[in-house]
Design a protein around this ligand. Structure first.
Ligand SMILES: Cc1cc2nc3c(=O)[nH]c(=O)nc-3n(C[C@H](O)[C@H](O)[C@H](O)COP(=O)(O)OP(=O)(O)OC[C@H]3O[C@@H](n4cnc5c(N)ncnc54)[C@H](O)[C@@H]3O)c2cc1C
Length: 421
């Protein structure tokens, strides 16, 4: 049997969350070796531009990097790119020490473990799903391939009216393509925003020349070798030179499964990013965590903010320090010239109030649960967004009966802070 390389703390997944675990470990004073290993050939980079400026060709590839090349060596972080951890086991379940083996057979003996393995795009399995010209968008190679294919395309069909699909649709439309968005639900971004925001976005995309079809599913892709059309459940055949599918994410849980960790549509972690074996931490898109503000129920939050916030507490947990994610979740989506900024989590809201006129393409929606503010969506209204982030962070609220009145400054409506339950 080959002997193992001794790698100190092993962080599997070299992206937003993994890099942050490594960085925070050093910031917290960890001195033992840290090894950050990732299956992609590139050092950690930002994904959000892949469906926005990078897809449009407005951002160079080297601007995607999260850190400069010298960061890793100067912080004592051993970065291994392009190697995939295939199997993993613990040699000491109490301390979390164990051994991982890469696809190429390299053995890595670790003293502590963090899983920051993210997820993969959910695939469509309808007839014709294997034709060329059908794209998913998760990594730089996906974005480069899509960009190349879009250059020669006239007609683009986007399957999925969530954030990634709509951003890709906006980028294709900005490049002058005929674009159709097909969404199975009866409205856009249905899992994330209120009907008023969905309706606004459907109209806004239509005003910019994109066709939006909701309440329709894809039953097949047609073409020989290359996609030529998209068949819908109502029998329509949409001609297509390129298809982009954005129908959600499957968290990666295989390694957690090998380790016997609890998995429920994601690796289950507590507020300190500890898995069901408290010696092992996990962070980012691969996890389900307690709601960061209410602690009621578990949520999966696919965002840069969450990956970073969870990774920070994960690093603390690895060092035996107790920290919990209490950060206000936030998110953004750029679609054409519309900047959507979300503060808090609106799931479970029982009331919402609109401030501003959506017809001006500048407004906010405030979400309430039992009379308390829990979230907001702001379209081209960054001040509203910033104020809500602060209010939620302070444990405060805004009165639902007056928040919609634009003659009153939001600042004047802020209630005195109270402790978050
Ligand atoms: C197109 C797009 C647009 C987005 N836009 C926004 C946005 O506007 N705002 C926002 O907040 N968020 C956005 N996001 C989401 C955000 O990018 C993610 O939430 C974030 O990248 C999560 O980071 P992560 O480290 O948890 O996972 P990931 O970024 O998925 O990284 C996981 C890494 O682990 C590696 N890995 C997995 N398993 C193994 C293994 N066994 N061995 C080795 N390596 C492994 C993978 O190769 C991958 O590189 C967007 C995402 C995409 C794809």
């Amino acid at each position: 049997m080959n002997s193992s390389d001794r790698v100190g703390t092993l962080i599997v997944g070299a992206s937003q969350a993994g890099l942050q675990v490594a960085t925070s470990l050093r910031e917290l004073g960890a001195t033992e070796p840290i090894t950050l290993i990732g299956g992609e050939a590139r050092p950690p980079y930002q994904r959000p531009p892949l469906s926005k400026r990078f897809l449009q060709g407005d951002l160079a590839e080297d601007r995607l990097a999260l850190r400069g090349a010298d960061f890793y060596a100067s912080n004592g972080i051993e970065l291994i790119c392009g190697e995939w951890i295939e199997t993993i086991r613990l040699t000491d379940p109490v301390t979390g020490a164990g051994e991982a083996v890469t696809r190429g057979g390299r053995r890595l003996a670790f003293t502590r473990l963090a899983l920051t393995v993210g997820g993969t795009p959910r695939r469509m399995r309808v007839p014709g799903h294997g034709l060329s010209g059908i794209h998913y968008l998760r990594d730089v190679d996906d974005a480069l391939a899509l960009r190349r294919d879009l250059a020669g395309a006239g007609r683009v069909v986007v399957v999925g009216g969530g954030f990634v699909g709509l951003e890709a649709a906006a980028a294709a439309r900005a490049a002058g393509k005929d674009v159709v968005v097909v969404e199975a639900a009866d409205r856009l971004m249905a899992r994330a925003v209120a009907p008023a925001v969905s309706g606004f976005y459907a109209d806004a995309h239509r005003r910019r020349g994109t066709e939006v079809r909701t309440g329709t599913t894809v039953t097949a892709f047609t073409g020989d070798e290359r996609v030529r059309g998209v068949r819908l459940s109502d029998g329509t055949l949409l001609p297509a030179d390129v298809v982009v599918v954005g129908i959600g994410l499957e968290p990666r849980t295989e390694l957690a499964g090998q380790l016997g960790l609890r998995v429920e549509h994601g690796i289950v972690v507590d507020a300190a990013a500890r898995t069901s074996n408290p010696a092992i931490v996990a962070a980012g898109d691969c996890t389900v965590l307690p709601h960061p503000l209410t602690r009621q129920g578990r949520v999966r939050i696919e965002s840069v903010q969450n990956a970073v916030a969870q990774a920070q507490v994960a690093a603390a947990s690895l060092l035996g320090l107790t920290q919990e994610t209490r950060a206000v979740p936030w998110f953004w989506s750029d679609q054409a010239d519309l900047k959507l900024q979300i503060a808090g989590l609106s799931a479970g809201y029982d009331d919402c109030v609109v401030r501003g006129d959506p017809a001006t393409e500048r407004f906010s929606v405030f979400y309430y649960k039992t009379g308390r503010l829990i979230a907001s969506d702001s379209v081209n209204a960054p001040r509203d967004y910033m104020l809500v982030r602060k209010v939620l962070g302070d444990g405060g609220t805004l009165p639902p009966d007056r928040v919609g009145d634009e003659s009153i400054s939001l600042k004047n409506l802020v209630n005195p802070p109270t402790a978050v339950a």
